[in-house]
Design a protein around this ligand. Sequence first.
Ligand SMILES: *Cc1c(COP(=O)(O)O)cnc(C)c1O
Length: 380
Amino acid sequence: MKFGTKLIHNGNEIDEITGALSIPIYQASTFHQKDIDNFSKYDYSRSGNPTREALEDTIAQLENGYRGFAFSSGMAATSSVLSIFSAGDHIIICEDVYGGTYRIASKVFSRFNIEFTFVDASKLENIKKAVKPNTKGIFLETPSNPLLKITDLKGAIEIAKESNLIVIVDNTFMSPYLQRPLELGADIVVHSATKFIGGHSDVVGGLAVAKSKELSDRIYMIQNSFGAILGPQDCWLLLRGLKTLKVRMDAHQRTAIKLAHWLEEREEIERVYYPGLESHLGREIHFSQASGSGAVLSFKFKTIEQTKYFLNNIENAAFAVSLGGVETIVSYPAKMSHAAIPKEERQSLGVSDTLIRISVGLEEFEDLADSFNEAILSVL
Ligand SMILES: *Cc1c(COP(=O)(O)O)cnc(C)c1O
């Protein structure tokens, strides 16, 4: 079955009890048991809830894994997955990982004696060099934020397998429609479902999928122990969002590639970062592991005046953090996602004060181009 069909027909589209074409929101904390000798499948909603289970089963099928898990945010998913490691373990992690992941690794897990080495994972030799006798895992994100740097997943997985490392991939930017790391040999995928999976800027949630039963059992133990579960209403919203994932992504991407080319033509703009552009570093590797370029792009203005003018004047777009919504979202990494990183370090990562990130929404390209045109100040 092709991906678009699987989004609609995956066994979770009809409520078995009533035939309703939508899984009910089982808004219950606990479940009545009929038989003292045979407790039913559900007993308490932290341990299991039918609405959550429908979502967890759906994402497991879409990522082609053994079992899925729904968490209260993307960070709850990542934190819970990282909790399968123990004191003394070492984890290799890409240096341009999502800011919240950087924070939980460097400020929280480090206090529990889990050691992290941050590397530029777009160069495989950096990963190879970072492996130590106590290395147990590797955490990757590709394309990365905000410069859309590409990591060769197959190459990284090959290195990881030589040392029996658990490979975790944050697949938020691509979604399972465009990239399925488990099929390439990764062990665990995590998502901020807040972004493209939810797709409407109205829910915060996280998902994880493990490839093996053994890893699934370890993650379930953490999910049930930590309890950072997603509530049934939000699970329902994600199930609803998923049904249109393919059509949204297709439309997002069609506009994103047009906008990237349009921006590349403008002399006020120094550089555009988007895996769909011929000029993008790592483009070939990206398309060997993903079937599309996604809907997030970044660009740099030539001057700070142009940058400020654009941010203050852009219309038909939200100026906000986050991405993956139906509306175009313009964000300013220097003061938003990367504000916590000292200026010099930020600039060495390429996150300059003239960098703008766009999550391309579902507006018509012509209207977006008009709005962008109005907000670009010609000071040349
Ligand atoms: C937003 C985001 C996260 C964190 O997800 P939340 O739902 O905000 O907790 C993690 N990784 C990436 C790539 C993200 O964009």
